[in-house]
Design a protein around this ligand. Structure first.
Ligand code: SAM
Ligand code: SF4
Length: 348
């Protein structure tokens, strides 16, 4: 296959393709790509202990992922996040960052980033920075090594901390994402905020979402952030700020630590009105909403032709089906997951 450049992409499409606007007048400018469904951890809220993963042959190649991402960039996507599964366990993943960085150089892309568990970050931090990555999200739910091992089922906290150290030494801005887990890390959140802010990192809290069967009861894991926020507000001064990163978090400044704290509250507060994103799985399935089943296969149009025209048509048609929002609920009547697929499939 001939190398893909932004110019050939535009040539293939015939002209600059129309930007992506959904039926609710939301411009789609943010693409999250799950580059693998595999992971070196098995976080209790994300995966079951004995997950079955896709056969490697089903995955899009790194070249195909590049072509797919580039088609979205040509259609006005300005922010690209690689995620998973664990993106840094996909073999050769640095070559994808390297090739996508051309869109940063051309100015078409404003941000290339990733969400990682940081287990492999020590190895890759400097390269990521070299490919134009500026900010990364690291998922970390506790600073206690034993709890960390229990949550991830076997992860090593030291490796994660070494990864964060390397990222900061390389000049990457790190944001810590922590899932609020009832009875597990709720008492520790204030210390984690002080730790993150003390290291110059923003922190975001996330509610557990009912995605996939994980072998545990969601109700046992679910801690409403409204409750956690109220508890934090008894001890800390939380000042609402207008800061936005293009994601769904709403931020406050913590006066005592002078750092930013975000809340991602898909259950207690729906953020769908301002949704600007879509997600692609590692097999090329486009999900227009994290919380709905409807999806579009982009692998067939991608492989159907050397031209990107079928792909552009398929993307346009899918965006016209983007739903207004999700309707996650976790309650006693609804004990089964709202959606059968795991977060590691669609990417967090
Ligand atoms: N492995 C990488 C990581 O952990 O950062 C990237 C993929 S992971 C699926 C992305 C994010 O989704 C993580 O921050 C994780 O905590 C979050 N996540 C996974 N399952 C979730 C669930 N059921 N509810 C809420 N967040 C979830
Ligand atoms: Fe892996 Fe991330 Fe899921 Fe944890 S949250 S099991 S690190 S994909």
């Amino acid at each position: 296959m001939a190398p893909i450049t932004p110019t050939t992409l535009l040539d293939r499409a015939g002209s600059h393709p129309a930007p992506l606007i959904d039926p609710f007048a939301r411009a789609i400018t943010y693409l999250r790509v799950s580059v693998t469904d595999r992971c070196d951890f098995r976080c209790v809220y994300c995966m079951s202990e004995h997950m079955s993963f896709l056969p490697k042959a089903d995955l899009l190649s790194l070249e195909e992922l590049d072509r797919l991402c580039s088609a979205f960039v040509a259609k006005g996507v300005t922010k690209l996040r690689l995620t998973g599964g664990e993106p840094l366990v996909r073999r050769g993943i640095m070559t994808l960052f390297a090739s996508l960085s051309r869109h940063l150089d051309s100015g078409a892309l404003k941000e290339l980033t990733l969400t990682t568990n940081a287990s492999q970050l020590e190895k890759y931090a400097a390269q990521l920075k070299g490919y134009g990555v500026e900010r990364i999200n690291v998922s970390l739910d506790t600073l206690d090594p034993d709890k960390f091992r229990a949550i991830t089922r076997w992860g090593d906290l030291d490796k994660v901390i070494a990864g964060i150290d390397a990222a900061q030494a390389a000049g990457l801005k790190v944001k810590i994402n922590a899932v609020a887990l009832k009875g597990v890390n709720e008492e520790e959140i204030q210390d984690m905020i002080a730790w993150a802010h003390g290291r110059g990192m923003d922190m975001t809290l996330i509610e557990v979402m009912p995605l996939g069967e994980v072998g545990e009861n969601r109700l046992d894991q679910y801690l409403p952030l409204s409750m956690l926020r109220a508890r934090l507000a008894e001890r800390l001064t939380l000042e609402d700020i207008a800061y936005q990163t293009g994601g769904p978090a709403r931020y406050v400044r913590v006066k005592e630590t002078d750092g930013r704290l975000g809340f991602i509250t898909p259950l207690t507060h729906n953020f769908c009105e301002s949704c600007n994103r879509v997600r692609i799985t590692c097999t090329g399935t486009l999900f227009m909403c994290l919380g709905q089943e409807d999806a579009a296969d982009l692998r067939a149009p991608l492989r159907a032709s050397e031209s990107d025209e079928p792909l552009h048509r398929a993307i346009d048609a899918a965006i016209l089906r983007k739903p207004k929002g999700h309707d996650f609920v976790i309650d006693r009547r609804q004990q089964r997951p709202a959606l059968a697929r795991h977060m590691s499939v669609t990417g967090g």
